[in-house]
Design a protein around this ligand. Sequence first.
Ligand code: HEM
Length: 499
Amino acid sequence: MGIPIISPSATLLSAAGLVIVLAIFKFRNRRTLPYPPGPPGEFLIGHLRVIPFEDSPTAYLNWGREYKSDVLYFNTLRQPIIVLNSVKACVDLLDKRGANYADRPRFVLLELLGWGMTLTWLRWSPKMQQHRKMLQSPFAKSKVSVYQSLQMKETHRLVKGMMKSPLEWELELRRFAIAVVANVSYGVDINTVDHQWVDLSDAAGYATSHAGAPGGTIVDRFPPVRYLPDWLPGLRALKYAHDNKSAIVNMHEIPYQGALREMEEGVTNPSFIHNLLEKYRSNEKEGLPNDFTLADIKGSAAAIIIAGSETTMTTLVVFILMMMCNPEVQKKAQVEIDAAIGSDRLPEFEDIEGLTYLNYIRLENCTLVTTWNTPSKLERRRNVFAMHRDPDVYSNPYDFSPDRYIPKSEGGLGEAFPVGNFGFGRRVCPGQYLANNTVSMVMATMLSTLNIDWPVGPSGKPTPFEPGWSKIGQYHPLEFQCTMEPRSEKAKDLVYKSI
Ligand code: HEM
């Protein structure tokens, strides 16, 4: 048998085919505009190993300075990432051209974990817009005052708990952060630190935050992998989802089934879920179509807990740490509160607006809670950390200095208020007004009634230490101890009698 001969026409066809394939590949990779600058990546994997696992905000900040650009480009395994280091870049891209950046990739792993119907993870779609409408309307700026009495009651409970068990302040805070959103969303009263829902929410938060980078696991990159047996090598993420799903399912089902039971028993309350379930049932009774399904109701109510508890908790932990580390700031706020409110009553919501220095503290505190946005289709990371460390905007960007916001007319520096802590554009946090009210009330009540100090050391005196921060993912302080003591017997009495 002779050697097979490839005819010239076949060779030509093959060559033409190769040219077409290369042309398509080149076309698909064609850059219509040059990418923003950034450090060089590696062959195939791009910046996967270049972006540090720990403290990436500082690395992005430094690259921004090195490449003299507030917009940087990276890619990991061909997934493009745009990092926005300045408020201007965020406003230009996320606010003004928000429609381009409101979509998200499909988070298959999170769906497998049970977060399928949660706004945070929904792609830009009629379903997502419906969930935003459901969640935006009850928490609009003009409506959040209805939650004020709840926020006051829970704050008093929190401070009383801190006075009774100062060593357990963190546990009290955890209960508090869940209690506000649990009451708002389900009308459930979480009145003790060992309430079942505290564990429920913790377990769901833990399972979610340890699932790996959203959209970054093998199951997200190759969705059919979800149908393979999870014991196969390399499918640790899939096994993780199967093993941990129950935590998220419980977080949805237990509160939801409780609300359904209450409805059957004729128990009503003005919570988010009761309002929606009542509307759903009444439409059904009258034969009217429902805009949303029961699964939508269940998912959006759970979204309030998962999006609203950990964020509030972290913000307040940072506040306590900052008050401990900056006694002069604490004292200044106490002087302001005492002058405005006196010592015969506890702060009320009407007082908050007039507490200018307290508001500066809240704003300065925000700059230390570095929240990343959820990845969009073209992942863009707004680097809130860098925005607030910009030496062109802030004179001493690494200091905790609420005084920086004192207007020039009052002899201060009049530096710009920080923005972006709640995101930008069409996916901005719908809970921001509720959250700000919660945080302000806690700050005012704690400062009015407690002194926060370093923990007592072996010498029997308050002993300063260097606080630690976890800089993997979002920054948050490592566990720390502090002293919390009532400012006076009168303050203690006021708190104890308030609830
Ligand atoms: C201090 C507390 C809070 C902080 C710092 C915070 C911050 C954020 C941030 C940064 C985002 C992402 C925005 C983006 O992807 O661009 C977000 C989204 C979200 N937040 Fe908040 N949040 C807080 C409290 C709350 C509360 C109390 C609620 C509930 C009422 C809530 C509900 C949500 C929801 C549902 C989303 C998803 C929005 C979407 O994907 O369209 N948050 N939040």
